[in-house]
Design a protein around this ligand. Structure first.
Ligand SMILES: Cc1cc2nc3c(=O)[nH]c(=O)nc-3n(C[C@H](O)[C@H](O)[C@H](O)COP(=O)(O)OP(=O)(O)OC[C@H]3O[C@@H](n4cnc5c(N)ncnc54)[C@H](O)[C@@H]3O)c2cc1C
Length: 596
């Protein structure tokens, strides 16, 4: 038989990423004031048409970056080649204000919600272009908060520009060979330098020497970087934060007036050979007398870079959930065209298939509510309208949203892949690439274990944090109207108990086995609370989806792992101290008695 003969599967329709999403419009309708909701929805509808058309076409022009390190005369040139598709996607994201929206603050505390909603519907077709933009967002925030007057005047407007010919992109260099989770062993040093006064205007000038092991935005204009400014024995307490131009001239100043473009002593040692995010030019860099301008106080680098991390972590959570949304959209669309079961039924009418996708959809709803709840909190904190309790809550929930979304999203994406059968495994249908790209969310900006340790530190360093969580969860549960309370009695009682267990498990001293299960339980509980908050709103406002919203809350609590996550924490907290016996047995299980 010739390929043209016989059965041909109708391709699945490409759905508009906002109009056909069952969750995001409802979240925005609840969170945003009515006039902001109208404007934001109109923008997302317009942008969604771009995503569904020209942006998907640009993806076809994307290919892996390459580097030419030497020219034919033996000169070191380190020329980075990125694809046309990648460059155009970046320009488009800048024009659409995917960093600018956050700083124009047109809708005040809701600007974060708008910008992240836009990024969310872009994720599935962005080819990870939001990775450098997320770091640019972080750099803009740190300069807004801690930059010198000159950085704020000359660099900040570029980082937040909508004009691609003016806009700066920033990378972020924390990770070095001794460790990314723990920067206390940082080898890069920074020594104060004397330079012409024009250069000094940007900030205190230093020369940086060292090796940065992961630089994702290598095609950027600048980076924010940690380097050592004091005694190594002080660990992370002798690190400072720097703005490092990738080349000069930068922000109107030249390092070597005789050279048109100086590479600022930065050599690209190698491009990383990665599982996913292959379009992102992640490289290893060596810094040789590289000029950097200190941001913030001397030896306060870790504290200074925290605003960057808080922002990039939320971008990471948005990536996980945005890509899950795209995979789910493909699976739903395919079910509307694929006929199975002796040619009798559309896949969408087969109960077991629908039940599988219902579970993924439920996960998607829970994660989307959790992540946008935290995004809204960030917007409130940044615009100065948050209470101290909300600020304390944000610190904990940022780690939870990033870690829990990364932990859960790829599993849902794998189900979407299987929902297309063999077609799901094909590169053209992009689910495989999205899974590969999203796996990095489990690692960069903090692995799940590292985030869980931070969560515990955050819970203990501010006495308001746990109190605020307790009060907020009580307020949401207490807001349930009586008729809803009757229908949801089982789920509400489970949730109340889980919140109690969680809060008591975090009271010091905390067993070393608690942090990770606690982060997972946190994710379950706070997703449940946000789903409940939404369901109450939906019911009180008589929304057409009110019954589904209630059922989603009920199922998330009763059927989707919250009970098991609570039991796990309960088991650990209830286990008597065994003098390290469990760790010994764990070690035997993993490495064998011979400790291979
Ligand atoms: C694709 C990609 C892009 C990246 N881009 C950048 C970038 O642009 N800029 C940048 O600075 N970094 C970047 N990174 C680096 C990333 O942030 C680090 O890989 C990450 O923070 C982990 O650090 P590490 O690789 O040194 O692993 P390690 O810190 O050595 O961790 C190894 C393992 O040890 C565990 N671990 C570490 N410490 C503890 C502890 N105290 N308790 C329990 N467990 C622990 C971790 O959970 C992990 O499982 C990128 C990474 C990837 C994969």
């Amino acid at each position: 038989m010739r390929i043209e003969q016989g059965f041909h599967q109708t391709p699945f329709p490409l759905w508009h990423p906002y109009d056909t999403d069952l969750v995001l419009p409802q979240i925005l309708k609840r969170i945003l004031p009515a006039d902001a909701f109208q404007d934001v929805s109109a923008d997302l509808e317009r942008f969604g048409r771009l995503v569904n058309g020209p942006i998907r076409e640009l993806n076809e022009l994307c290919s892996d970056p390459k580097i030419t390190q030497y020219d034919n005369w033996g000169r070191r040139i380190d020329k980075l080649h990125t694809s046309e598709g990648w460059r155009e996607l970046k320009k488009l994201a800048i024009k659409e204000g995917l960093v600018a929206i956050f700083y124009e603050r047109k809708f005040g505390e809701y600007s974060r919600v708008w910008g992240f909603a836009k990024s969310f519907i872009f994720q599935g077709d962005s080819n990870v272009v939001m990775c450098p933009l997320s770091m640019t967002d972080g750099a803009a925030r740190v300069i807004e908060l801690l930059g010198t007057a000159d950085m704020r005047a000359r660099v900040f407007p570029r980082l937040t520009s909508r004009d691609p010919s003016q806009a700066y992109i920033s990378g972020q260099w924390m990770t070095e060979r001794p460790g990314g989770s723990d920067v206390s062993q940082t080898e890069t040093t920074a020594t104060e330098a004397t330079h012409p006064s024009e250069l000094r205007a940007l900030g205190p000038v230093y020369n940086l020497d060292g090796f940065k092991w992961f630089s994702s935005a290598t095609d950027a204009d600048m980076a924010v970087a940690l380097a050592r400014t004091g005694d190594r024995s002080l660990g992370s307490r002798s690190l400072s934060l720097f703005l490092v131009p990738m080349r000069f001239p930068f922000a109107g100043v030249s390092l070597h007036p005789q050279l048109a473009h100086s590479n600022n002593g930065i050599e690209i040692h190698r491009l990383k050979n990665k599982l996913g995010t292959r379009l992102v030019p992640t490289a290893e860099l060596s810094l040789n007398a590289t000029t950097g301008f200190r941001i913030g106080d001397l030896n306060a680098g870790v504290k200074s870079i925290t605003p960057v991390l808080n922002i990039t972590r939320l971008h990471s959570a948005i990536t996980s959930v945005g890509c899950l949304s795209r995979c789910l959209s493909i699976a739903r669309a395919y079910a509307s065209v694929r006929i199975v079961d002796h040619g009798k039924h559309l896949l969408r009418d087969v109960s077991v298939h629908t039940a599988t996708l219902a579970k993924v959809s439920l996960l998607y709803r829970a994660l989307a509510h959790l992540v946008f709840g935290v995004v809204h909190l960030l917007g409130r904190v940044e615009t100065g309208v948050a209470s101290p309790a909300e600020e304390a809550r944000l610190r904990l929930l940022t780690a939870v949203a990033k870690g829990f979304a990364a932990h859960k999203a790829c599993g849902g994406m794998e189900e979407c892949m299987a929902a297309l059968g063999g077609e799901g495994y094909m590169e053209e249908n992009i689910i495989s690439r999205l899974i590969r790209d999203c796996l990095v969310e489990k690692i960069w900006e903090g692995t799940i274990n590292v985030l869980s340790l931070e969560l515990i530190r955050g819970a203990h360093s501010n006495p308001l944090a746990l109190k605020s969580l307790a009060e907020w969860s009580k307020a949401i549960i207490d807001s349930v109207p009586p008729q809803m309370e009757r229908s949801l009695s089982e789920a509400l009682s489970i949730l109340r108990i889980s919140v109690q267990y969680l809060l008591s498990a975090l009271k010091p001293p905390v067993s070393q086995f608690v942090p990770r299960p606690a982060l997972i339980l946190f994710g379950h509980v706070f997703a449940a609370l946000y789903l409940l908050e939404h369901s109450v709103w939906s019911s009180v406002n008589d929304e057409s989806e009110k019954e589904i919203d209630m059922e989603c809350f009920r199922r998330w609590v009763v059927e989707e792992g919250l009970v098991e996550a609570t039991e796990e924490v309960k088991r650990i907290v209830g286990s008597p101290e065994d003098g390290g016996r469990r760790t010994d047995v764990d070690s035997d299980i993993v490495y064998g008695k011979a400790k291979l």
